[in-house]
Design a protein around this ligand. Structure first.
Ligand SMILES: C[S@@+](CC[C@H](N)C(=O)[O-])C[C@H]1O[C@@H](n2cnc3c(N)ncnc32)[C@H](O)[C@@H]1O
Length: 285
């Protein structure tokens, strides 16, 4: 997979070479994702947006039409940057990619970034991220890009960051850990919260996890986890996942219950005990 990131703060992602490749520090260079980059499974390129600014001050922003506070990122600079990044990736891709790149533009006004979206991005061959700053990017940049490639505006949560770099770091990490070979144990993401790609916990938050020592500050690991009884352990883990999800994210339980196969008899008992009876009334909202 190739990942291009355009930003006015390339250093945010670690030391960047003249060819846009990132060094082994920063969020793209460390841990399993960093190793995938070193292996060549992910080709990260980070670009300084100011390289496409044409004035002596390398200006990338201007005052908003219609007035109001803050500055807006200029469409001409962004347009040239995206043209150039897309063309360079196209020129070096071997073999030629079957699908066009997908442009991802983080913005608080975008669609929520979810595990499902992460999985769909993990199936792409080329992602290009446009990091906004100030009051965001002139809206014509996305409108124009949509005429020639798939474009997603995505939000990582209901809060406002100062810039898109942190959002891109979040999205890239969520996507890259799903790529084949990045995590040592493929099972580890199918059991994650939100069910990864359809494991036993599909649609639920993950329940509590434990490791040695068995007793720590007077707190014991639940007996069932020491029993060696795989079926009982799986059931206990699902019960705990249901309890945690009902408490923290009842919206996920409602979504699961509307899927025909979402909840079995025992699931419904656990939820009823947790004070969250799943019935027709609960499903209504
Ligand atoms: C200060 S914000 C702009 C906020 C914009 N004026 C608004 O109210 O929607 C600057 C940049 O931070 C990034 N950003 C901020 N919050 C974000 C979020 N929740 N999700 C994704 N990106 C975000 C985007 O790239 C955005 O262009």
């Amino acid at each position: 997979m190739r990942i291009d990131i355009v930003t006015i703060f390339p250093d945010y992602f670690g030391p960047v070479g003249a060819d846009g490749r990132v060094g082994d520090a920063g969020p793209l260079g460390v841990s399993l994702i960093g190793k995938a980059g070193v292996r060549g499974d992910i080709d990260f390129r980070v670009h300084d947006l100011r390289a496409w600014a044409t004035d002596v001050h390398h200006t990338v922003d201007d005052t908003p039409f219609g007035g109001g506070p803050g500055m807006v990122m200029k469409p001409d600079v962004w347009g040239d940057a995206l043209d150039s990044v897309l063309a360079a990736a196209q020129a070096t891709a071997a073999p030629a990619p079957a699908a066009p790149a997908r442009l991802v533009v983080p913005t608080p006004s975008g669609a929520p970034f979810t595990q499902e979206l992460a999985a769909s991005y993990a199936a792409e061959s080329h992602l290009v991220f446009a990091c906004g700053r100030y009051e965001g990017i002139d809206s014509r940049v996305v409108a124009e890009a949509r005429t020639r490639l798939p474009v997603d505006e995505v939000s990582i949560g209901d809060y406002v960051l100062a810039g898109g770099e942190a959002a891109v770091a979040v999205i890239v990490e969520a996507v890259c850990r799903l790529l084949p070979g990045v995590l040592g144990n493929e099972q580890s993401h199918s059991d994650d919260s939100f069910g990864g790609t359809g494991g036993a916990m599909s649609g639920l938050l993950e329940g509590p996890v434990y490791t040695r020592p068995r007793t720590w500050r007077g707190l014991e690991v639940p007996d069932v986890l020491l029993s060696g009884h795989h079926k009982a352990i799986a059931r206990w883990q699902r019960d705990e996942a249901l309890r945690r999800t009902a408490a923290a994210r009842p919206d996920l339980i409602r979504r699961l219950a509307t899927r025909g196969d979402g909840l079995d008899k025992r699931d419904r008992e656990v939820l009823a005990e947790a004070g969250f009876p799943v019935d027709a009334e609960n499903m209504a909202h």
